[in-house]
Design a protein around this ligand. Structure first.
Ligand code: NAD
Length: 439
């Protein structure tokens, strides 16, 4: 074999669509389902891919956007919108597929979808971002890729309440007088049809997942951990919406200690604990986490993944845990707040090690879609749940899903990721078999 061929064969496949496809195949292999039905579930139904012009201070610029609709087994479809400079169609399709299995796993009656625009939100002015968002919404509306009964976006990496408010406002302008138009998107500000607790919901769900795992006697015994969240040492990569809220709730409600935080421009580390609220406020003001609190510093965000801790929370990018760094992880629980943070080869290494419990993404970060569902219902029904009613519903929905995954994994002797995926796939299969096939 030539040296180039060896180098190529040693390289890990870092295409998220291939990774999700491999995960699907592994989960499907543990199930007794017709291969045609499985192919139907796995395949992405359609993708709208488009370019659009936007006026910027530097002249007219072309932007590229996507909305992938993975499964129409339930309507509307649901999934976030990602703004990132390097996002591509494979990533969008992969994330849409994960949404299908996630919604099915936590029993939220939506099909899976995802959207993205190739833009760097951190280096683009607010005015241009607003124009991009409104034009993107118009394109989706024009092609029937958005609507309260069709497809309902939400925030994802690089987007938040602000973008969701612009989307709602644009859609309402196009559908004047339609009472339910506010339900075209979730994750809106409370002042504009949003729901209390949505911005923290994904991070709160991450907390519930970790808490449930640490309340499980068998899991703690096998991980060599004392039971309970109190005093557990946590490292979080990504201090954005999900990472910040997860860390904050773990400290405030669980009594955990944050010992490491990674951001795109570096990481900080302190065994005695990091003041997460102070660090977050400092980052909001300055854009940096390094020059706060006198904590030890690491130059590369990836280094924070290898800090010795009880719980590691990747809450930023996908594919950060690879075959290269998986042998060096020093956590006992890997709580996947980000979508697709672990490659299949890294999964195999963690499985062989047997000393790290994985809380898989579609379970760990499902809190957002549960509360998005409540927001959608609230907009359609024109009533309001209180904050505590929302949190109670979120908590019980996730506890129930956690228990099902743990039981499935235990009795089938299957890794948690495959258990979660298999339960999601099973639910989609049941809906598809009940509905039958047209024509
Ligand atoms: P966000 O944009 O609010 O935060 C992402 C954070 O990661 C930012 O602070 C960013 O600076 C940081 N980051 C970027 N590159 C990094 C790097 N190389 N190393 C370390 N940090 C880096 O996004 P979010 O909404 O918090 O989403 C984070 C992850 O959670 C994504 O994988 C997303 O798909 C997933 N997720 C989000 C939601 C939600 O409700 N927002 C729901 C489910 C899953």
């Amino acid at each position: 074999m030539s040296s180039q061929a060896v180098a190529t064969s040693n390289k890990e496949d870092l295409n998220l669509l291939n990774i999700v496809s491999t995960q699907f195949d592994k989960a499907a292999a543990t199930m007794d389902l017709d291969s045609g039905l499985l192919a139907q579930i796995k395949t992405c139904n359609n993708v709208y891919s488009f370019h659009f012009p936007v006026k910027t201070p530097d002249g007219l610029k072309m932007y590229q956007g996507w909305r992938a609709e993975h499964s129409h087994h339930r309507l509307p479809l649901k999934g976030g919108i990602r703004y990132a400079p390097d996002v591509d169609v494979h990533e969008v399709e992969a994330l849409a597929a994960l949404m299908t299995y996630k919604c099915a796993l936590v029993n939220v009656p939506f099909g899976g979808s995802k959207g993205a625009i190739r833009v760097d939100p951190w280096r683009t002015s607010v005015e241009v971002l607003e124009r991009i968002t409104r034009r993107y919404t118009f394109e989706l509306a024009h092609k029937h890729f958005i609507g309260p009964g069709i497809n309902v976006p939400a925030p994802d990496m690089g987007t938040g309440e602000r973008e969701m408010a612009w989307i709602a406002d644009t859609f309402e302008a196009l559908r004047q007088g339609e009472l339910d138009s506010m339900a075209c998107v979730t994750g809106k500000p409370v002042s504009h049809g949003g729901i209390s607790g949505r911005s923290e919901a994904t991070g709160r769900g991450v907390y519930y997942g970790i808490r449930e795992m640490l309340n499980d006697e068998l899991a703690c015994k096998r991980a060599g951990l004392d039971m309970g969240v109190k005093g557990k040492r946590i490292v979080v990569q990504g201090l954005g919406n999900v990472g910040y809220h997860a860390a904050s709730i773990l400290v405030k409600e669980g009594g955990a200690i944050i010992v490491g935080v990674g951001e795109y421009n570096g990481a900080v580390w302190c065994e005695d604990g990091i003041d997460i609220e102070g660090l977050h406020a400092h980052r909001k003001k300055t854009g940096y986490i390094q020059d706060f609190g006198g904590y030890r510093q690491l130059d590369d965000s990836l280094d924070c993944l290898e800090i010795e801790c009880d719980v590691l929370i990747p809450a930023a990018l996908d594919m950060v845990i690879t075959k290269e760094n998986a042998p060096r992880l020093q956590c006992r629980i890997l709580a996947e707040a980000a979508n697709g943070p672990t490659t299949p080869e890294a999964d195999a290494i963690l499985e062989a090690r047997g000393d790290i419990f994985v809380l898989p993404d579609i379970l760990c970060n499902a809190g957002g879609v549960v509360v998005s569902y409540l927001e959608w219902v609230q907009n359609l029904q024109r009533f309001h749940w209180t904050y505590s009613e929302i949190i109670t519903r979120l908590e019980s929905r996730l506890e129930e899903a956690f228990e099902r995954v743990m039981n499935y994994a235990h009795y089938r002797k299957t890794p948690h990721r495959l258990a979660a995926l298999a339960l999601g796939i099973k639910e989609v299969a049941e809906v598809k078999m009940t509905r039958g096939l047209f024509p």
